[in-house]
Ligand binder design. Structure first.
Ligand SMILES: [Zn+2]
Length: 418
């Protein structure tokens, strides 16, 4: 029995310790609600009651997205202490750098304390930042869920098929695959898409949120062929992001845009003619110069996309899918551009430029070109090389088919990848 006493004592102490928070939680009752004003606001409201004054209320929330460090934000609410309080806090998206995409999941929990020191921590709940201004229909196949509200089922099915064909093309030729599900929101026009953005741009036809696994595109049912290219291109950006995400370094623009352009299928005629002209005149940009942001000049930007497609196609067709998959996996470790190429293929960016030129019937360059600048082979870098846009080719496609949108490239290159 003597030996059992310490055990009883330990159990007793454990019981006391267990009862503590339970008793505290029983002292406060609470209920909460959320309200979405898409795309600008998300409000959290709480009603809490205790036998004594409620003295402190904290809201904790975290956003479901791809990130290296899970961040929980904490907000202390302001209110007058009382036994019964109602308090709320509004997350104003205009205070963020950009919009949250539709469908973003936010988890939240409350911590409430009263004057006796009792605390209540509510269970984590989830609210979706949905754009409920439209009557969305939903279609899911594999890892892709497509949301749309205008057009027949066949319209949505065609866009979903285009998404999956792009993913199949990349899986077949590069081995790359989605690591988590993605969502595609089809707005009925670019105007209605802009209405869904906190900071809409005049030129905006679509926007990618790779860290959230979401793209939002403005496509009218009458523009189906353009829409197919849009979704194929943008969904490939989501895939590339997932395959290469790391906290250290980005991937070269020619690879990101090249894979997305490759995912579309055959290149548009504007790309083909631009590339042919540059080959004929021996005026190609170097692979080094299309590693960073593409230029603001429209015809130069089109050439950069055409070249990116060509370089990626060269790598896939001459060296095969396993090496491309290896390259992506090396980039995921945060490798530099040259180190990743050397490891996967045995040549660096300059070596790739030489071999790619040879495949096009051109001699290697006589001397190493500059990596940035505005020289004869330099794309103008408008921001650091680690930043690039997933909107670029989107923009080019829009330009090829919708005249008069000359600001697209200029604005899109400034949008950094986070
Ligand atoms: Zn792109």
């Amino acid at each position: 029995m003597k030996k059992l006493l310490p055990l009883f004592l330990a159990l007793f102490l454990l019981l006391i310790a267990t009862l503590g928070p339970v008793q505290a939680q029983q002292g406060i009752s609470a209920s909460s609600t959320t309200e979405v004003q898409f795309p600008t606001e998300l409000s959290f409201s709480l009603r809490a009651e205790s036998a004594v004054d409620i003295t402190q209320i904290f809201l904790r929330y975290k956003v479901n997205k791809i990130t290296t460090v899970k961040v929980t934000s904490v907000v202390q609410l302001e209110f007058d202490p009382a036994p019964l309080v109602e308090a709320s806090w509004t997350w104003e998206m205009k205070k963020m750098l950009g919009s949250l995409p539709p469908g973003t999941e936010i988890q939240y929990s409350w911590r409430i304390q009263d004057a006796s020191g009792y605390q209540l921590e509510t269970a984590w709940e989830t609210v979706q930042f949905n754009d409920d201004r439209h009557p969305w229909d939903i279609l899911t196949e594999g890892d892709v869920t497509l949301f749309w509200y205008r057009g027949e089922l066949s319209f949505a099915q065609t866009l979903l098929d285009a998404s999956n064909e792009a993913l199949d093309r990349l899986a077949r030729d590069t081995g790359a695959h989605l690591e988590r599900p993605v969502a595609v929101y089809i707005y009925a026009s670019s105007e209605e898409l802009r209405d869904a953005m906190v900071y809409p741009q005049e030129w905006m036809g679509g926007v990618g949120f790779p860290e959230y696994g979401t793209v939002a595109i403005g496509v009218a049912p009458a523009n189906l062929s353009l829409g197919k290219r849009y979704v194929a291109h943008e969904i490939a950006h989501l895939l590339t992001y997932q395959m290469t995400f790391n906290p250290y370094a980005d991937i070269p623009a020619w690879l990101d845009e090249g894979l997305s352009t490759y995912a579309e299928g055959d290149p548009v005629s504007g790309y083909t003619s631009s590339l042919k002209e540059a080959i004929d005149e021996d005026s190609l940009f170097s692979v080094q110069s299309i590693s960073s942001n593409f230029p603001t000049d429209i015809s130069e930007a089109i050439l950069c996309y055409a070249e990116s497609y060509s370089v990626v196609e060269f790598l896939i067709h001459h060296y095969g899918r396993e090496k491309m998959l290896h390259l992506l996996s090396i980039f995921k470790q945060g490798s530099s551009y040259d180190d990743a190429l050397l490891q996967a293929y045995g040549f660096d960016t300059a070596g790739l430029d030489d071999l790619w030129r040879l495949s096009l019937g051109l001699e290697p360059r006589p001397s190493p070109p500059a990596t940035t600048g505005t020289g004869p082979f330099g794309c103008q870098a408008t921001s650091p090389p680690t930043s690039h846009s997933s909107l670029g080719a989107f923009a080019v496609l829009a330009l090829l088919l919708v005249p008069g949108i000359s600001e697209i490239i200029h604005l899109s290159v400034r949008r950094g990848r986070k």
